[in-house]
Structures are given as structure tokens and as C-alpha cells.
Design a protein around this ligand. Structure first.
Ligand code: ATP
Ligand code: MG
Length: 266
């Protein structure tokens, strides 16, 4: 793609009016488009983003209580883990690079590039973005992605033998259902950030944060600062009291009630 040409044509930052009622949402879209033009967001990432926006409307574009509970259990799990890993794809690198690095520091997690549409060029660009944001080490780039997840085919199964392959807890966002299921089958605890509570990833994950990564990551950083001072027993209690089925049910009930309320307000 000819970047100079396309970025002039498609990058609309300067055209978003200050008082546009959906300015925030438009700016976020532009970040994803910039990531595509820079060659590290996959075209399919744009489609996924649109799907996410749709579900964000249904939860009022806010971090709701069911997400807060999942975030607390997720952060506690990362802090308790032996080998926690944050899995990063193009959309996440475009939206929350600084927060990924901060959360990894606070929870002692490794950062791994893990792409559904894997190319060396995209891997390297994402690693570069994360390093610019302060990451000391980024796994899953070039030959480092030499281990394979059983049951998956092609480039989709490649992971780092020092990262996701040996991880006991994996945090991921905008992940495909098949890959989430394969990681859970390997015995890993999977924390998923996914706006769609009925996606297969949301249904298969151990802890599902039904929220936008844009809001969930800064919130996880904030909660990690609080929880890292707690005792192991207190963290274990948070994890023990968490029930993902209940949280998913709570998110679906929220959406139903929210739509009902909107219909009454017409
Ligand atoms: P699945 O494979 O889990 O059945 P899918 O094929 O619809 O679901 P994928 O493309 O595999 O979805 O993964 C993308 C998921 O990420 C979607 O469920 C989408 O709603 C969600 N998503 C998109 N943008 C965001 C975002 N900014 N924050 C959180 N979730 C998002
Ligand atoms: Mg999918």
C-alpha cells in the first residue's frame, strides 16, 4: 500500500470537528486506520473493530459493574501467576500500547506479539511500537515464535516457547474463539477482553471482561496498583469468589434491560 498516498486519502484526523458528538469514537477509528496504513493492523482488524463498536453501544459505552468484577479477578490472577503473559495483536497495539507496557510492569507479565494473520513485517512493527512505549522485551517475533499450540493449523498456532507456550495465565483482547479454546485446553487460565459477550472467545475464556480495551486496559492498570499491595490470600479470595458464567449472564441481563429502557424512553 502506498502510504503517502493512502494516508492523505484515508486519514481523517484533521477533519473531525471539535464539537462532533462522537469525536472520541471517530478518533479511535482513525487510530485503527492509521495502524492499517502503517502495515501492522490487518484489514480484518477493521471489521473486528466495527463489530466491537456495535456491542459497545449495547453496554452504554461505559465500563459496567460486570466488567469491573472481571477486571479485579483478572488482575488478581495475573498477580498470582507464575508465568503471566499479555498477548498483543495489531488492534491492541494501535489502541493501548502504553497501558499494555504499564500493566506488564505492574504484574510482572511478559509481552508477546500473537497475530491471527501473522507476517514477520507486522510482528516486527508491533514489537517496535511496544518498545517505543517502554517495553524492555517483546516475545513472539521472528524465530522466537517457534512453539506450536496443539489443535491449531498454519501460522495461527505459532507462539513463543518462553511466553504463551509455558504461560499459566494469558491476557488477550479481540481474540479468535478457536485460539482461545485451544489455550484453555492446554490448561491455561485465559483472561479475555471482548465487547461481545456471546462470541466464542467470551464463552470459552476463564475470565471475560466485557468492555472496550480502550477503557479496560487503563482500569486494569489502576486496579493493579491497588491489588499489588494485597496479600496472596486476599488475591486468592478474589479469584475464588469469581464466577465467569454469572458475569456473562450479568452482562446479557444488562444489555436486555438497557434496550428495554431505551425502548420505553422513546
Ligand atoms: P469468536 O471467534 O470469538 O467467535 P468473532 O469471530 O466475531 O468471535 P474475532 O474477530 O475472532 O471475533 O475477535 C474479535 C472480537 O473482539 C469480537 O468479538 C469483537 O466484538 C471484539 N472487539 C472488537 N473491538 C474491540 C475493542 N476495542 N475492545 C474489546 N473488544 C473488541
Ligand atoms: Mg473468530
Amino acid at each position: 500500500m502506498d502510504k503517502t498516498h493512502t494516508s492523505n486519502t484515508w486519514s481523517l484526523h484533521s477533519l473531525i470537528p471539535e464539537n462532533h458528538p462522537r469525536k472520541e469514537s471517530l478518533i479511535i477509528r482513525e487510530k485503527i486506520v492509521d495502524g492499517l496504513l502503517d502495515g501492522y493492523v490487518a484489514p480484518q482488524g477493521l471489521i473486528a473493530h466495527g463489530r466491537g463498536e456495535c456491542f459497545d453501544y449495547l453496554i452504554g459505552e461505559k465500563t459496567q459493574e460486570f466488567a469491573i468484577k472481571a477486571i479485579k479477578a483478572g488482575v488478581a490472577s495475573l498477580l498470582l501467576a507464575k508465568n503471566p503473559v499479555i498477548s498483543v495483536n495489531g488492534n491492541m497495539a494501535a489502541l493501548v500500547p502504553n497501558e499494555i507496557v504499564k500493566l506488564a510492569e505492574l504484574t510482572n507479565a511478559k509481552i508477546e506479539v500473537n497475530l491471527f494473520y501473522r507476517t514477520i513485517e507486522r510482528e516486527r512493527k508491533i514489537a517496535e511500537i511496544l518498545k517505543k512505549a517502554g517495553a524492555k522485551e517483546v516475545l513472539g517475533v521472528d524465530e522466537d515464535a517457534s512453539a506450536t499450540i496443539p489443535e491449531l493449523f498454519s501460522e495461527r498456532r505459532r507462539v513463543s516457547p518462553r511466553g504463551i507456550y509455558i504461560a499459566d495465565v494469558v491476557l488477550l483482547g479481540l481474540e479468535d474463539g478457536d485460539r482461545t479454546e485451544a489455550l484453555v485446553k492446554m490448561g491455561k487460565k485465559v483472561i479475555a477482553i471482548d465487547l461481545n459477550p456471546i462470541s466464542r472467545t467470551s464463552q470459552k475464556a476463564s475470565i471475560t471482561i466485557v468492555d472496550n480495551v480502550i477503557r479496560a486496559f487503563p482500569k486494569m492498570v489502576e486496579i493493579a496498583k491497588e491489588l499489588r499491595n494485597k496479600s496472596k490470600e486476599e488475591l486468592e479470595q478474589i479469584v475464588k469468589n469469581y464466577n465467569n458464567k454469572e458475569i456473562l449472564a450479568e452482562s446479557l441481563r444488562f444489555i436486555s434491560n438497557y434496550l428495554l429502557q431505551l425502548s420505553r424512553d422513546l
